[in-house]
Design a protein around this ligand. Sequence first.
Ligand SMILES: Cc1nn(C)c(C)c1CC(=O)Nc1ccccn1
Length: 330
Amino acid sequence: PTGSAETKPEENDVEYLTPVSIGTPPQVLNLDFDTGSSDFWVFSSETSKSDVNGQTVYDPDKSSTAKEMEGYSWQISYGDGSYSSGDVYTDTVTVGGLTVPSQAVEVARRVSDAFTADTNNDGLLGLASSAINTVDPVAQKTFFDNVKSDLDAPVFTADLKAGTPGYYNFGFIDPNAYTGNITYTPVDDSQGFWAWTPSGYAIGSGQFKNTSSLSIADTGASLLLLPSSVAKAYYARVAGGHYDSTAGGYTLPCNGSAPDFSFGVADAGARITVPGKYIAYAPTTSSGTICFGGIQSDEGIGFSIYGDVALKAAFVVFDAGNQQLGWAAK
Ligand SMILES: Cc1nn(C)c(C)c1CC(=O)Nc1ccccn1
């Protein structure tokens, strides 16, 4: 079998939310599919009332197929400082027409303020390696790992779009979803991420630079976090672009003509171009004229992060069968 689920962008494409059915009768929650983590966790009837703020919650007591995993717990923290924790159930989960009869569903007791404030986000569905799942005492499998062996092919694809719905597909590669060829590059999953190394980058029509750093493809991250030297070089080419410590990063004029940012995939000379307009990411609170930059520094993280700002410029194949990432223009 195969599956296909529509995913919808929140404001400024900060995240993409995908409907997921949990339990019997089905409870539908809108989750943030995250290739940068491996926990499937949801707001629930057990979530501290002060931590819930409009989210749809999963109530295992209302599901005839829910089973508590006694003595199991989880706690996760993300690179942006957000975190959540709680207990674990198993229940039937359906995504895009694909059903896993016994998926570990991590129910939150506590979530950090950023999750509480994110009113439409009912939880996360991790799509990185199950090796970094945080459930204690035994790590649990991701939805993709649970369904992978049944799929026509052990792959899923992310087709995120700017300001309009896209798709997560499972088990097949839709030839109508991209243009040209898909260029594949090896994945190093030793840290549990979809980690790869771009072959280089170009800013606008500038010459291609063959420097590159270990990067992860992270659908759960909003921005494109690059080596500080690259971020600096980029904003040097932006009229009105500068580092603003009050804003906490680089800002630029919202309506300006920021240059495109291209990155290379494998030595095949394949390039993905992120349109400059994607880099005028979101207006800063004080004005509509200055925007927070979609490219920021990866200082202190240890790897670059190709988040939604970059991913929405491409059709991306997460190929677990061959441990590789495929990139195509669209
Ligand atoms: C690893 C990392 N470091 N830094 C600075 C960032 C922003 C990340 C990625 C990240 O935080 N992703 C995330 C956040 C919340 C929910 C899901 N994914």
